[in-house]
Design a protein around this ligand. Structure first.
Ligand code: SF4
Length: 365
């Protein structure tokens, strides 16, 4: 099994009110970030010789990087060869996508675009998401990506907005599917503590989001509508048609090794996991001084590894080996209630089971 390579590009033109990914609106730090990457790549090159099965440029907003930045980034990444047929993704915001940029990305060997559309409805983009792009920007970006040919296209969507009905959501999903994208990621809007949206919700300045039950209804609606449009829900929040699954993200869920570069990036070598500090200056100055840029490094105990394998397996339609469940007697009630089912040697979650994968894992581990 080939490892994955992740690069965190921690820059955004502005901070979205619901986002708690590590990203900063400080493009002046791009040179420091590039120097740090060069040093971090050097640090890992011997232990991670490759070839890598996937490359993922995530963020932040990798689509903000210009041609010279990308050239420097790919020069640093030359130490990590990609296998023939590797999947190579870049995340992009609609307002950054032009035909020229798409041609540049393709020229660098990127073959998958994950577009942060977030919504195709102006009221959600302006409202809880407070995004600067408009649905027509998303449409133009989609057209630019598809016109180039040879790119797998994924759209990110966020749902469960205040007042959103199942019919609203079904119509939006149908529009997303009609764009020609072969992959959709759909996330329930869950403002992380400390974000501006969380504060506005707590103070009543933002209208309340749907509760657990209506949000669960929207979750199930997504699976039903998209199944009718040829998409398989292969993970809790991810849908693909024509087999266009995200091979990189599958490595996380299948507990396969991946190396993460950049501030806040996580890595897993099959036994140990570690994460970099979430700070461009802290991370790059540690590397410059020849020190470790890690925030933590841990080796999971066998119990922790088992719990994690069950939790992640229950997020996937492919499930996990039935033999991985330590006490099969606990399955009976969960199968009867329709959360899980057995398919040959594998235990699989139903859509209703995926929705509560964490709780099921706690019962079964
Ligand atoms: S563009 Fe993406 S990464 Fe940047 S702040 Fe918005 S949601 Fe977060």
């Amino acid at each position: 099994m080939l490892p994955g390579l992740y690069v965190h590009v921690p820059f955004c033109s502005r901070k979205c009110p619901y986002c708690d990914f590590y990203s900063i609106p400080a493009l002046n730090l791009i040179p420091d970030w590039l120097s740090g990457l060069e040093r971090e790549a050097e640090r890992h090159a011997r232990d991670w010789p490759g070839p890598f099965g996937t490359l993922y440029l995530g963020g932040g907003s990798p689509s903000l990087l210009g041609p010279a930045d990308l050239a420097a980034l790919f020069a640093a990444l030359a130490r990590f060869p990609l296998a023939d047929g590797a999947e190579a993704t870049i995340e992009a915001n609609p307002e950054d996508v032009t035909r020229e940029k798409v041609a540049l990305w393709k020229g660098l060997g990127l073959n998958r675009l994950s577009l942060g559309v977030q919504s195709l409805e102006p009221r959600w983009l302006r409202g809880s998401l407070s995004r600067s792009h408009k649905p027509r920007d998303a449409q133009a970006a989609i057209e630019a990506a598809l016109a180039a040919g040879g790119l797998s296209l994924s759209l990110d969507l966020i749902y469960a907005h205040a007042g959103q009905t199942p019919d609203d959501w079904a119509a939006e999903l149908a529009r997303a599917a009609a764009t020609g994208a072969d992959h959709l990621s759909a996330y329930i809007l869950t403002p992380a503590p400390g974000t501006p949206l969380a504060r506005d919700l707590a103070s009543g300045a933002a209208p309340a989001l749907p509760g657990e039950e209506p949000a669960a209804g929207l979750f199930l609606t997504a699976g039903e509508i998209l199944a009718g449009l040829g998409f398989e829900r292969y993970e809790v929040s991810n849908f693909a048609r024509g087999g266009a699954v995200c091979r990189h993200n599958l490595k996380y869920w299948r507990r396969e090794p991946y190396l993460g570069l950049g501030p806040s990036a996580h890595s897993f070598d099959g036994h140990k996991r570690w994460a970099n500090v979430p700070s461009v200056s802290g991370w790059s100055s540690a590397l410059k001084a020849g020190r470790s840029p890690l925030r933590f490094l841990e080796e999971l105990t066998p119990e922790q590894a088992r719990m994690e394998a069950i939790l992640l397996g229950l997020r996937l339609a492919e499930g996990l080996p039935l033999a991985a469940i330590p006490d099969p007697a606990k399955l009976e009630g969960l199968i009867e209630e329709g959360y899980l089912f057995v398919d040959g040697p594998r235990l699989k979650p139903s859509p209703k089971g995926m929705l509560v994968a964490d709780g099921l894992a706690r019962i079964l581990a």
